[in-house]
Write a protein that binds this ligand. Structure first.
Ligand code: SF4
Ligand code: SF4
Length: 69
């Protein structure tokens, strides 16, 4: 099952990945990272298709997609 890892300390909280995911599997958390940005979090990983749209849109290269668990 594909899944993504979001590097919290790279995330600037822009929210683009939440819009890009066709499955709406990425949401913004309310927890700020060390720089004070509220970061994106991955939810409902059981339906991730590994399409990479979230990773491709991220301007801070904070998302890595893994195709296998
Ligand atoms: S790889 Fe695709 S389905 Fe999975 S979280 Fe990213 S945009 Fe959503
Ligand atoms: S697109 Fe990248 S920087 Fe923007 S919220 Fe998502 S993970 Fe964070």
């Amino acid at each position: 099952m594909p899944y993504i890892v979001i590097e919290e300390e790279r995330c600037k909280g822009c929210g683009l990945c939440t819009i890009a995911c066709p499955k709406k599997l990425v949401a913004m958390s309310e927890q700020p990272n060390a720089l004070g940005y509220t970061v994106a979090v991955f939810s409902a990983p059981d339906t991730c298709t590994g399409c990479c749209l979230c990773a491709e849109i991220c301007p801070d290269v904070a998302i890595t997609v893994f195709k296998e668990a």
